[in-house]
Design a binder for this molecule. Structure first.
Ligand code: FES
Length: 156
């Protein structure tokens, strides 16, 4: 159970007050909740819905739509692997397979030590440098299994 902290609640209220319609602050408010807990909990969604005069379902729909918002606790490193068409043509499946083997988890799962979460996502907007993955906010492109190993070895 992860409710919003009083300071997060205050920041969300301040943010909402900047807009003619409170709901305009929904995405940044969800980001505040996620930064605090590492994901957007059910309790946070309900509270944000109340603060923005929305239904909890309206907030859930937004959270489930964006792959950058997590509904479950996620690892310290969230790895998003694009398997859309350009990456698919450049062996994205092989890249994903390599990550599955190396991390021992399937897409949508987190390692038991909470270090890595692996996600399969739609186009990351870097089709010209396929295949592509994103680790937290950093892009890694023209991937090969060797390059992936080197990147992961460099993470603390
Ligand atoms: S298809 Fe993979 S980045 Fe666009």
């Amino acid at each position: 159970m992860r409710e919003l902290s009083p300071s997060a609640r205050l920041r969300i209220e301040e943010l909402s007050a900047r807009y003619p319609h409170k709901r305009s602050a929904l995405i940044p408010s969800l980001q505040i909740a996620q930064r605090e807990a590492g994901y957007v909990s059910e309790e946070a969604m309900v509270e944000i819905a109340r603060l923005m005069d929305l239904s909890p379902n309206e907030v859930r729909e937004v959270v489930s739509f964006y792959s950058l918002l997590h509904q479950q606790p996620s690892g310290r490193y969230v790895i998003r692997v694009c398997t859309n068409i350009s990456c698919q043509l450049c062996d994205a499946e092989g890249i994903l397979h390599h990550l599955r083997c190396r991390l021992g988890i399937a897409p949508g799962e987190t390692t038991p030590d909470m270090k890595y979460t692996l996600l399969e996502v739609e186009c990351l907007g870097s089709c010209g440098t396929s295949p592509v993955m994103q680790i937290n906010n950093d892009y890694h492109d023209n991937l090969t299994p060797e390059k992936i190993d080197h990147i992961l070895d460099g993470l603390q």
